[in-house]
Design a protein around this ligand. Structure first.
Ligand code: ZN
Length: 484
């Protein structure tokens, strides 16, 4: 019999060499076939059985070609346990919300470029954003799995179920495999407490759930009047009025957090907690931070990071607005408090694009910090649209402008519609324009309803450009936190 000289059948292309991982006697990698990303598995039968796919010939090799399904993502996380979300503890960390589910490889590339020890949270989305982007917690988690795998991430990672408010939110995200739970009691924070009259404060005090909180007004006053917290440059104390106002402002939230924490504990899963009181119009003073953290501790809640509402404005997608020197002083106090009462990390919510304050945050926290970003990655996707499909971009911007006033309602932003350039000469430059960024940032839900398909197609076609943009954008975010 003569030797076969027939060429082998066309092999699937291999555009993601970074993804290739060999374990024991089999290899997995991400490739492409029939115009779609696919998972390829090559090796003995045993591990292959768990994946769902088709046996195909890949050059001389017989491989299993598998769709990027939720089932296969789960098996992949079992085989490559670093892709399985886990608690990250007190390590310096960064969250990379990804509304479209295609940005993670760019985030990985940025992390790899800056080096350092930043631990990532690729899967991070609030329930509100999941509703607006039409994604489930499982999709968010699986997309992050595939993205991290594609780009060859071999470190640990977390998954942040962001801004949760109810036990049902927790249940859905826990079932999907999230491990970092950001509790948001903002509906229970009384932002008027700082300005209420004495009479109103007394009335509100009387209505606090003292029994559930296992304390009394007298008890609170006794404990916090005696408190002296050494912050190095000063000693923090609370007077009677400060205690009263802090109690009215935060005790209902404390009770809510305690209830959600206990609900989480009952699930018997590995998890870590973040407390976020960043949304609301009244900044968290250092004294209030001490009060809030002390009360949570007294009630047995433990957490790895806390997001105060800092002074000034952390608006979406733009740099810090406010007095940086003042923030510097406040950040110093908040960071010292977090070390004295924890230690736990300070979390910077709406943390993207705050380039002017990253050095301050890193300096004062000494690395006990979590940087949370989200919509800024979506804006990098829109930058690709502006570059590669100007007509589509112009159309999207028009729709965004029409819906801006309605869609901005749930955000703290100061962007103005009439400041968006009417006849911009350079579309991509709009992605660096303050007001336009905010208009595009808050209207994503509306835009995705109408433009999801062409948008996702462009991201596929121009993946390299998209990832390059993300890589550069996030190097700027991460470098200040990467340490030596
Ligand atoms: Zn937040």
């Amino acid at each position: 019999m003569t030797r076969e000289t027939q060429p082998p059948p066309p092999a699937p292309t291999d555009p993601y060499p970074e993804s290739r991982r060999t374990l024991h006697d089999f290899t997995v990698w991400m490739g492409q076939a029939a115009g779609e990303k696919q998972l390829f598995v090559q090796g003995p039968e045993h591990p292959l059985q768990h994946f769902q796919g088709d046996a195909v010939q890949h050059g001389p090799l017989k491989v299993l070609q598998c769709p990027l399904s939720s089932h296969n993502a789960k098996v992949l996380r079992e085989i490559l346990p670093n892709l399985k979300p886990q608690p990250l503890g007190l390590a310096t960390s960064a969250g990379f919300g990804d509304r479209l589910g295609v940005a993670t490889p760019g985030h990985v590339q940025a992390l790899q470029a800056v080096g350092g020890r930043i631990r990532p949270i690729f899967a991070q989305q609030s329930i509100r954003e999941m509703a607006r982007t039409g994604r489930t917690p499982q999709q968010v988690l699986d997309d992050a799995t595939w993205g991290a795998f594609q780009a060859g991430w071999t470190g640990t990672l977390g998954a942040d179920a962001d801004h949760l408010k109810t036990p049902e939110d927790i249940d859905r995200c826990a079932a999907a495999g999230f491990t970092f739970f950001t509790l948001d009691p903002s509906g229970h924070v009384d932002n008027a407490a700082g300005r209420d009259s004495a009479a109103v404060l007394q009335e509100k005090l009387g209505q606090l759930p003292w029994a559930a909180l296992d304390t009394s007004e007298t008890d609170l006053q006794r404990r916090y009047r005696a408190l002296r917290l050494d912050l190095g440059h000063r000693t923090l104390t609370l007077d009677e009025e400060a205690i009263t106002r802090a109690a009215v402002k935060y005790l209902p939230a404390v009770q809510q957090i305690q209830a959600l924490f206990q609900h989480l504990q009952g699930k018997n899963i590995p998890f870590e907690l973040e407390i976020s009181v960043d949304e609301g119009d009244a900044p968290t003073t250092p004294a209030e931070h001490v009060f809030l953290a002390s009360e949570l501790k007294r009630l047995g809640v433990s957490w790895v990071s806390l997001a105060p509402r800092f002074i000034g404005s952390f608006e979406k997608g733009v740099d810090y607005i406010g007095d940086v020197d003042l923030l510097n002083l406040e950040m110093q106090d908040h960071a010292l408090i977090a070390r004295r009462l924890g230690p736990y990390k300070l979390s910077l919510h709406s943390g993207s694009d705050k380039f002017s304050i990253y050095p301050i945050a890193m300096h004062h926290t000494q690395g006990l910090v979590h940087l949370k970003t989200a919509g800024t990655s979506y804006l990098e996707a829109l930058r690709v649209v502006a570059v590669t499909a100007p007509d589509l971009f112009t159309e999207m911007l028009e729709v965004a402008k029409q819906h801006f006033e309605e869609d901005r309602a749930s955000y703290h932003i100061s962007g103005k519609l009439d400041r968006v350039p009417v006849q911009p000469g350079n579309l991509p430059a709009l992605l660096d324009h303050f007001d336009t960024r905010q208009v595009l940032h808050v209207t994503f839900g509306t835009l995705l309803q109408q433009f999801r398909e062409p948008l996702m197609q462009l991201m596929e076609q121009h993946e390299t450009l998209h990832l390059q943009g993300l890589r550069e954008h996030f190097i700027r975010h991460l470098a200040p936190f990467a340490g030596a």
